[in-house]
Write a protein that binds this ligand. Sequence first.
Ligand code: NAI
Ligand code: MN
Ligand code: ZN
Length: 338
Amino acid sequence: MKSVVIEQPGQLTIAQRPLPEPTADEVRVKVKLAGICGSDVHIYHGHNPFARYPRVIGHEFCGVIDAVGANVDAARLGERVAVDPVVSCGHCYPCSVGRPNVCHQLQVIGVHRDGGFSDFSCVPAANAYRIPDALSDRQAAMVEPFTIAANITAHLQPTARDVALIYGAGPMGLTAIQVLKGVYGVRQVIVADRIAARLEMAFANGADEVVNNQQTSLPEALAQRDIRPTLIIDAACHPDILPQAIQLASPAARIGIMGFSAEPCVINQQSITSKELSIFSSRLNSARFPQVIDWMAEGLIAPERLITHSVAADDVEAALHLFEHDRQTCCKVLLQFG
Ligand code: NAI
Ligand code: MN
Ligand code: ZN
């Protein structure tokens, strides 16, 4: 089989590898589509602290089960599935309270272990979620990115009364817009980004208002419109954003962060406590595949709106380059395997 391997930072090969056999609790997935994510690019460049090399990247993928391990029901053969990349131990403290995404022994498929940019991938059977016939392969490949939005919104508990501000209109910001509007019916969603084309995508994904915060001061733009956000999501993840979000937030607001920057940022307790703000962080997803699959089946979210390119897996290097450098036209790129 062919696999996309990052041999070491900066070195990508399409390697010929032997067909893997599933262990007792695994299934083998014949991969159909796999989405490119910023973290794949980070592993390629050696900027992901968790990655070990050589590594088959890819953690957003779907396909068909074509072999099962000894402990797995053979009835699953032929099942179309999307794969949750979060592999957890099941018994540590976070696992015991329903937070497998921060398991003490967390292993992320495509980061800590080989992933989905491959003709075949063996994964724990419990991580392979059946996709209803009504959903397309393209939708199935988009379940994982939407689970990030599902996870952060589960912390934030949006309601129709919220006025939400989202920083960043990349894939993470766009999925968050769709979930806030489509699932939770949030009254008003304002999106800030520095790239005009991304703000156009924000509108196309359901934003009510956008602000180019490179051209305009965001605090001034919100003040002019008399907006005090009650719910803020930082999907741009620059260290300067949290202090500003705290400043802009309404009393009793909730703020969600998802960045991994190691740079410090300056905040003070008074600015948080005086408004009794709640600040949540969110990492990956805690078993949210069924929820997102349901949202897709009910038509509450529209993954097609994020997909701008679909290319043959052999063109992975060009696709990674496009994804990284063309932020005007490129959002989600799907690789076709098999
Ligand atoms: P992206 O790089 O495609 O999008 C980020 C967007 O933010 C860009 O459009 C950029 O122009 C904009 N931006 C940058 N600085 C800004 C600022 N100061 N104000 C407003 N907009 C600004 O990235 P993607 O894939 O959407 O991911 C966003 C972030 O989420 C990344 O930092 C990534 O590491 C993080 N992430 C976290 C996850 C988690 O589970 N915690 C999962 C996936 C991504
Ligand atoms: Mn991803
Ligand atoms: Zn655990």
